[in-house]
Design a protein around this ligand. Structure first.
Ligand SMILES: Nc1ncnc2c1ncn2[C@@H]1O[C@H](COP(=O)(O)OP(=O)(O)O)[C@@H](O)[C@H]1O
Ligand SMILES: [Mg+2]
Length: 138
């Protein structure tokens, strides 16, 4: 199942600072290249990872990116989960609206990421944390 250039089919990386976001982006580039995603699809996944890891850092107070290579028949894909134990998201519909931000952002991170991937799952509980899981198939 593994592309030969990858030694594992899942892993996790800490998201604790801006440098970790750069590392997470690099890892997603490496994974999507190993899966032979088109350049456009590589960029979609990297952009989504960038937005979601920044949310993990800024709003979630830090956390992890958990990555997993998927295989379904002849289809291969990449799943990324951005996990934190932060305050959670009180109003999901609002958070997913284009242009809505509780901070100083553009409010396009969640809604934009959702459009860039094939599957988008958001689990959140006030006071417990947030997990955003995205999947893109080749
Ligand atoms: N991991 C998270 N923990 C808590 N709140 C979050 C998290 N991710 C997103 N949010 C909330 O959802 C809003 C929208 O996120 P997003 O679309 O990325 O826009 P922006 O980052 O520009 O604010 C954020 O302003 C924040 O209130
Ligand atoms: Mg954001």
């Amino acid at each position: 199942m593994n592309p030969t250039t990858l030694e594992a089919d899942s892993g996790e990386m800490a998201i604790r600072n801006e440098a970790d976001i750069v590392l997470a982006r690099q890892q997603v580039r490496r994974l999507t290249q190993a899966l032979k995603f088109s350049l456009v699809d590589q960029t979609k996944m990297i952009t989504a990872a960038s937005e979601l890891s920044r949310n993990t850092l800024i709003y979630g107070g830090g956390g992890e990116m958990v990555w997993k290579l998927l295989q379904q028949g002849v289809r291969s894909g990449l799943q990324l989960a951005f996990v934190d134990q932060g305050p959670g998201i009180p109003d999901l519909d609002l958070a997913l609206k284009d242009g809505w931000t509780s901070g100083n952002g553009m409010g396009m991170g969640l809604s934009g990421s959702k459009r860039l991937v094939n599957d988008f799952q958001l689990e959140t509980e006030p006071g417990k944390g947030t997990r955003v899981t995205i999947t893109r198939w080749k």
